[in-house]
Design a binder for this molecule. Structure first.
Ligand code: C2E
Ligand code: CA
Ligand code: CA
Ligand code: CA
Length: 279
C-alpha cells in the first residue's frame, strides 16, 4: 500500500511537470509570435434579434502555430496573463481592431460596434487609459464604435479602482459590456453601481433553453432586469434556430453564435459586409 501511495505521488508529479512544461512552452512560443507580429484577430458577427442582420462583431484573437496549428485562446490567454505578456497581446489586438473598425466605418460597410475583450489583468493595469487615448489619436477611430467586454470577476476585484477605470473608459466614449453574465456567482449590486451599457448572457444559460422550461423564465427575467437598467442584451452561444427565435421573442437585442456566424478571418467578414452593403 505504501508503494502504491508512492506511485501515485510519482504520477502526480509527472502530471504537474507536464502541465508546468506546457505552460512554459506556451509562454516561450507566445513570446516568439508576439515578436514576429504573428497573431491574428478574427471577428464573430453579432446579429440584430429583430431582423437577424449583422449589427456589430466581437474581436477574438487567433494564434496559428507553425507546427501545432491553431491554439485556443482559452489555453494561451491565462498563460499570457500569468507571464505579463497580456499587455503586449492586448496592444496588438487593440491596434488591429481600432485600425480595422476605422476603415470599415469610413467605407460605410459596418453597422454597430466591435467589441474587444479585456482580461482582469488588462483592466487592472493603470496604463490602459493612456494607451487607449494614444491609440484613439493615432488610428482616428471613434470610441463610440468600440465596446470593451469585461467579466464579472474583473469588475468585482477592487471597488475604487474599478469605478475610476470604468468612468475613465466611458468618458472617452467607449461602451462597456459585462461578459459571461451569470457565471461569476457574484452579487448583482455592481449592475446598479457601474456604468455598464450591455449585458452578455453566457452560453451556459442558452444551451438548454429549449429543453429546460425554467431556464426560459430565468433568461426572460435577466433580459428584463438588464433592460430596466438601460442595458442592451446580447445572447451568446446561440447554436440553433429554435434558440434564436425564442430569444427574439423574449426581446433580446442581439444574438451571437454559430447558428448565424462563426468567428471569421477579417477578410472573410469584410467580403460579407461589402456584399450586404451592395444588395
Ligand atoms: P468569450 O469572450 O466568452 O468569447 C466567446 C467564445 O465563444 C469564443 O471562443 C467564440 O469562438 C465562442 N463561441 C461563439 N459562438 C459560439 C457558439 O455558438 N457555440 C460555442 N460552443 N462557442 C461559441 P474563443 O475565440 O475560443 O475565445 C475564448 C475566450 O478567450 C474568450 O471567451 C475570451 O475570454 C478569451 N479571448 C479571446 N480573444 C481575446 C482577446 O483578444 N483578449 C482577451 N483578453 N481575451 C480573449
Ligand atoms: Ca467576450
Ligand atoms: Ca462570453
Ligand atoms: Ca468566456
Amino acid at each position: 500500500a505504501k508503494n502504491r501511495g508512492r506511485n501515485r505521488l510519482v504520477k502526480f508529479n509527472e502530471a504537474m511537470n507536464k502541465e508546468a512544461r506546457m505552460r512554459l512552452w506556451l509562454e516561450i512560443e507566445l513570446q516568439k509570435v508576439l515578436q514576429n507580429n504573428g497573431l491574428e484577430v478574427w471577428y464573430q458577427p453579432k446579429v440584430n434579434a429583430r431582423d437577424f442582420a449583422i449589427d456589430g462583431a466581437e474581436a477574438l484573437v487567433r494564434w496559428k502555430h507553425p507546427i501545432e496549428g491553431y491554439i485556443s485562446p482559452a489555453q494561451f490567454i491565462p498563460v499570457a496573463e500569468n507571464s505579463g505578456l497580456i499587455e503586449q497581446l492586448g496592444l496588438v489586438v487593440m491596434r488591429e481592431v481600432f485600425t480595422t473598425v476605422r476603415r470599415w466605418k469610413q467605407q460605410g460597410i459596418l453597422s454597430g460596434r466591435v467589441a474587444i475583450n479585456l482580461s482582469p489583468q488588462q483592466f487592472g493595469n493603470p496604463n490602459l487609459i493612456d494607451f487607449v487615448k494614444k491609440l484613439l489619436k493615432s488610428t482616428g477611430v471613434n470610441a463610440t464604435d468600440i465596446t470593451f467586454e469585461l467579466t464579472e470577476s474583473a469588475v468585482m476585484s477592487d471597488g475604487e479602482h474599478t469605478i475610476q477605470m470604468l468612468n475613465a473608459i466611458k468618458k472617452l466614449g467607449f461602451a462597456l459590456s459585462i461578459d459571461d453574465f451569470g457565471t461569476g456567482y457574484s452579487s448583482l449590486s455592481y449592475l446598479a453601481r457601474f456604468p455598464l451599457d450591455e449585458l452578455k448572457i453566457d452560453r451556459a444559460f442558452i444551451n438548454d433553453i429549449d429543453t429546460v422550461p425554467k431556464q426560459v423564465t430565468l433568461i426572460e427575467n435577466i433580459i428584463n432586469l438588464g433592460k430596466a437598467l438601460n442595458m442592451s442584451i446580447v445572447a451568446e452561444g446561440v447554436e440553433t434556430r429554435q434558440q434564436a427565435t425564442l430569444l427574439s421573442n423574449l426581446n433580446c437585442d442581439y444574438i451571437q453564435g454559430f447558428h448565424f456566424y462563426r468567428p471569421l478571418p477579417k477578410n472573410e467578414l469584410e467580403a460579407i459586409l461589402v456584399k450586404n452593403n451592395r444588395s
